[in-house]
Design a protein around this ligand. Structure first.
Ligand SMILES: [Fe+2]
Ligand SMILES: [Fe+2]
Length: 367
């Protein structure tokens, strides 16, 4: 019998990524349930777990062409870039535009999938590092939620759309930094407060723009979990930051400035152009020129949706006003304070609860 061929190092490197975490793992000997709101949230999480195999109808036929929105900023720009002198897209017609729309949709769902895996690992890190038993219990339920999210996005891509795209370097760097950090609260601040607010806004935008029933239900169910995750972050960090020194709070304020103002919220995926058989470097100048000529109608709803969730939660953590309003000043200059009292995702997770709503409706229909 011959031994199976071992994969060479390059093959291994292409399929995994190693991250070194610098945080301490903490074992607790005190099992008292002291944090009532976290106990409530944990109990809610247990009863809201849904089954990705039996509660979603995977036999639904999906036509990728029906999924796409022909008026995304990318589509508007690409259409206009065809007219630019010497454009490599000059001979593109509706067929190519539709194909681009499908690739772009796949790229976006791929980022959701990779981001969910990052959330699963971040939640698992919180299980290991947070020094409160109620938070460890809750983060364990979140880890399971994120496993389900990763799995359903992967399954949707694989069974309905085709090959996924790699994780964008920007998202990868953002999540890797959270997994490496020695401070346990930074995992929360980066994931539950920033990325999950972003995810709720992105899923909400996709939900508003699609009629496809399987994807709609999947997104509603994922969002009902995400709303709890954001609430978990707000509850935990509001307590922890109460007793933190101004110098330490300044680091957290800097982190938020870094992760909101100094970053691009979405990064482009050059692989989309490669799959379309076009060199991204050749396309970008035409796109840039088109961007200077036409008025692009952006997804204003997406950006606003993100800040409407983020800013009120950061206020609840006391981070707007610490250090003489350091963050308030920065976000104020960027026009973000109009969102200070917008959505209340820190506590209104019940309103996102599509799972409970569907189950109640099914019970009512049966009786
Ligand atoms: Fe998730
Ligand atoms: Fe989440």
């Amino acid at each position: 019998m011959t031994a199976p061929d071992l994969p060479d190092q390059a093959e291994v490197d292409a399929t995994i990524k190693i991250v070194h975490d610098h945080a301490d793992r903490i074992f607790l000997w005190k099992y008292d349930r002291e944090r009532e709101q976290l106990v409530t949230l944990y109990n809610k999480a247990m009863s809201s777990q849904w089954n990705s195999v039996t509660e979603l109808d995977w036999s639904t036929e999906v036509d990728p062409e029906e999924l796409i929105d022909k008026n995304t900023p990318l589509m508007q720009l690409t259409r206009a870039a065809r007219e630019v002198d010497g454009s490599p897209l000059a001979n593109w017609g509706e067929k190519e535009l539709t194909a681009l729309g499908i690739e772009s949709f796949k790229a976006q769902l791929s980022q959701f999938m990779h981001g969910e895996q990052g959330a699963m690992m971040t939640a698992a890190k919180i299980v290991e590092t947070v020094p409160w038993i109620d938070a460890k219990y809750y983060a364990s339920t979140q880890t399971m939620d994120e496993a389900r999210h990763t799995e359903v996005f992967a399954k949707y891509l694989h069974t309905k759309l085709g090959e996924a795209y790699p994780m964008s370097p920007f998202l990868e760097a953002q999540i890797t930094a959270l997994l490496e950090d020695s401070r346990w609260d930074i995992a929360y601040l980066g994931m539950q407060i920033v990325i999950e607010s972003l995810a709720l806004a992105a899923f909400g935008t996709m939900l508003r723009n699609t009629e496809e029933p399987l994807l709609r239900k999947l997104l509603r169910y994922v969002m009902s979990d995400e709303a709890r995750h954001v609430a978990f972050g707000v509850l935990s960090l509001a307590e922890y930051y109460q007793d933190m020194s101004e110098a330490e709070l300044k680091d957290r304020q800097e982190f938020l400035i870094e992760n909101t103002l100094r970053q691009r919220l979405r990064s482009t995926t050059p692989e989309i152009w490669e799959r379309m058989g076009t060199d991204p470097e050749a396309v970008y100048p035409a796109i840039m020129e088109a961007a200077g000529k036409i008025k692009v109608y952006p997804y204003a709803g997406f950006q606003r949706g993100f800040f409407a969730k983020l800013v009120p939660n950061v206020r609840k953590l006391g981070l707007l006003d610490a250090n003489d309003g350091y963050l308030r000043r920065h976000w104020g200059e960027a026009g973000l304070l109009e969102f200070e009292f917008a959505d209340d995702t820190g506590s209104d997770y019940e309103t996102y609860d599509a799972v409970a709503a569907d189950r109640a409706a099914a019970t009512a229909a049966a009786s």
